[in-house]
Write a protein that binds this ligand. Structure first.
Ligand code: HOZ
Length: 427
């Protein structure tokens, strides 16, 4: 595969942009090689500047659930752009978006739009602290909630990929307020509540962990979090930036039947444009400015283009049978991939929930950060490079999630399974 133009662009980019990229995992440092620079994307495929086309399972890290450049989204965006790109004032579109969100996610009485998932979790934490008058928060090792200071402690995603789960530049005093529990281990959470009764403002969790690879919650884990937080008067925040509108219209909380106090959204609700949102019970959201004392604001919050792309995406997702199709495609791929690994004699832990999937290169079950870290990342790097060469684009890290979109055809999935079978035999 020829990557000459991408290589030249990387050389140039590195002189001006740290590691040549605007988000760390994109630099391919943990898998080696030069990232293809993408010039366009359509449906289930992306094409780089050297003309290589790949079947895409990164989906811009989650948002592109309809596939790239979905005709309805593009048409709506073109029309919206004609009406101006930002007003910094309330718009009817924001009201429609709020209606879509609160009607789909029953735990969210109220919602506020922001411009990224990071902003959503950052604002939700501030609100949780302001509302409860407490300062400590509990997060899980290997969960990633954007690059918020308090949350970049034992973080997944790029932190885990590069072995730097605790970022430099975070004041010790702040990091001390972040308590770490083990994902899927309720006892570790109960121990923190016993140690700090009445001091914890919130527990924040990815209900399906998606930034240490993809790890489903064990039965009873999320229910247990609900119970323990309620008992202590702490808030339960679901970070559904990845799972929101991905595993179903009401997200992971709908799938597992949990009623969190607050929810953070992003990715899909922006339809590929920069968006986030946080919301929850009205009595909590009333504490946000200008109604209450917790300040939060944004010039581009509720941006008409981003809301248009998101709204159009949500309306397509509401069409009959979409999530059933996504689930079928996810199941078809997961089955074929597992068989391909088995045929090649490569032990993997294959995880799937709906259209989210992940294959860990390890023989032992993966349920948390430590077990995920036991994966053979060298083997993953070889696998990744082999797949790219076969025209299949997955995230350049063992510790991310794969996404199937509605645009993936049976032929795309078969070609992917065949490519994986071929590459697996070389590992
Ligand atoms: N942290 C993102 C995935 N969990 C990566 C974002 C990106 O590189 O675009």
């Amino acid at each position: 595969m020829k990557l000459d133009t991408s290589i030249a662009l990387m050389e140039k980019a590195k002189k001006m942009i740290p590691a040549g990229v605007n988000s760390p995992v994109r630099a391919y440092l943990s898998v080696g090689g030069n990232p293809p620079f993408i010039k366009e994307a359509r449906g289930a495929t992306i094409t780089d500047v050297d003309g290589n086309t790949y079947i895409d399972f990164v989906a811009s890290w989650g948002p592109m659930i309809l596939g790239h450049a979905h005709p309805k989204v593009i048409e709506a965006l073109k029309a919206a752009a004609e009406r101006g790109t930002s007003y910094g004032a309330p718009t009817p579109l924001e009201v429609e978006m709020a209606e879509e969100i609160v009607s789909a996610v029953p735990s969210m009485d109220w919602v506020r739009m922001v411009s990224s998932g990071t902003e959503a979790t950052m604002s939700a934490l501030r609100l949780a602290r302001g509302f409860t008058g407490r300062t400590k928060i509990v997060k899980f090792e290997g969960c990633y909630h954007g690059h918020v200071d308090s949350l970049l402690v034992k973080a997944g995603s790029g932190g885990m990929t590069f072995g730097t789960p605790d970022s430099a530049g975070i004041p010790e005093g702040l990091a001390r307020e972040t308590l770490i529990a083990t994902y899927n281990d309720l006892a570790s959470v109960e121990a923190l509540f016993s140690q700090y009764p009445g001091e914890i403002a919130a527990v924040i969790v990815e209900p399906v962990a998606g930034n240490m690879g993809m790890i489903p919650p064990k039965e009873g884990f999320l229910e247990g979090l609900r119970e323990v937080t309620r008992k202590d008067g702490a808030l339960l925040i679901f970070d559904e930036v990845i799972t929101g509108f991905r595993v179903g219209l009401s997200g992971a909380q709908g799938m597992f039947g949990i009623d969190p106090d607050m929810t953070c959204l992003g990715k899909i609700i922006g339809g590929g444009l920069p968006v986030g949102a946080f919301g929850g019970k009205a009595k909590i959201m009333e504490a946000i400015a200008p109604l209450g004392p917790v300040y939060q604001a944004g010039t581009l919050s509720g941006n008409p283009l981003a809301v248009t792309a998101g709204l159009t995406t949500l309306r397509v997702l509401k069409e009959e049978g979409i999530y059933g199709q996504l689930d079928e495609k996810g199941a078809y791929l997961a089955k074929g991939v597992k068989e391909a690994f088995d045929d090649a004699g490569i032990p993997v832990q294959s995880h799937r929930i709906g259209s989210m999937f992940c294959n860990f290169f390890t023989e032992a079950p993966v349920v948390d950060y430590e077990s995920a870290k036991a994966s053979d990342t060298k083997r993953f790097a070889k696998f990744f490079a082999g797949l790219l060469n076969e025209g299949v684009y997955i995230a350049p890290s063992q510790f991310e999630t794969g996404f199937v979109s509605i645009a993936h055809t049976k032929d795309d999935l078969d070609r992917t399974i065949e490519a994986i079978g071929k590459v697996a035999k070389t590992l």
